[in-house]
Design a protein around this ligand. Sequence first.
Ligand code: PMP
Length: 385
Amino acid sequence: MMDGGRSEELCVSEAMAAAPAGLQPSAFTRAVSPYRAAPSLERIDPHSAQEPLKLDWNESTIPPSPLVLERIHAFLLNTHHLNWYPDLRAAELGARLERYTGASAEQLLVTAGSDAALEVLCQTYLDPDDEVVVPSPTYTHFLVYAAARGARLRQVYGKDPFVRPDEAILSALGPRTKVVYLVSPTNPTGVVYSHEFIARVARAVPQALVIVDEAYHEFSGETALPLVHTYSNVVVTRTFSKSFGIAGLRIGYLVASPEVVSAVRRVFNAKSVNVLGQIAASAALDDLEYLYSYVSEVRAARPELVAFLRSRGLLARETPANFVMVRVPNPRAFVALCEEEGVYLRDRSMDSQLEGYVRVTVGTRRQTQDLCDRLGRVLDRLAAL
Ligand code: PMP
């Protein structure tokens, strides 16, 4: 590996356990390591006097635009609206997304969260034993979608997880590569891929789909969208779950060449994009001022949180997304004590992605001030132990 990075290949068929008798899930399903989600929702007391700071899943920390709620209310006044299927083409939302992204209708597909976009891309393009190159640490849910197709996962690691492993990625590419999954900015490291690099990958493997997951695009301001117009094998996925504040309504989308979009439509379940999500996402796009003001709050709060953590002697890393990474001596104890203060964080050591690091979602400046006060108390308690 040119930059000293490493690449791990996990062959799904090798990892399969012997099948006991009786009804069994498919061989590929049995071989999948399930996505380990540790939602804090059930531990949050909605009646607590203290505002819970739910900062473990990078959701928006504030409700969506009032226009979203207004349109949903108005929609529900027609009693037939819930017994009919949603608009299968998501036309209203699609028209707004054309304006928001500059892409044409043939280049766009609305999905049930960006997870569904990632899943349907794997479904459309992956055959068993195809190779999928995944720079890691990464958003691990994607690995489930690829493994469920029987693909071979080649996870590529650089020497320093916070530095882009460009050379290691390029050396992992080959004639059997079918998908390359780049998260930009990367969850959990904040790594961003340049246009030059993505274009280089797209040219190196014209037989492969290069997925650029831009779940955090609005916070970083970076995008690979222009590449979609030049490279027919580049696809960008995005979400309304982070900056737009409607994670619970499950809306995402992909932008790709018309050939990719029509291939995906062959297997895509158009009924899966629920009607309230379509209404909400359309309304959110009609109130971009609200989005911009939240994004600028997060961008202002990010360095303030990092400065506070550093002032307490911790190694804190700012990212271009809506989270920061902080290294603490005992992540498990730290996260548990934070919960006693009503602060819910994600321990990234748990799935051995980033040993010793905890991920903290960043909200508004007011919430961040409150967060720093509570973290200060936790750190005092830890120091006194
Ligand atoms: N991609 C990345 C990089 C993410 O961090 C997440 C959410 N954690 C998703 C995709 C999925 O987002 P959603 O399905 O809510 O759009």
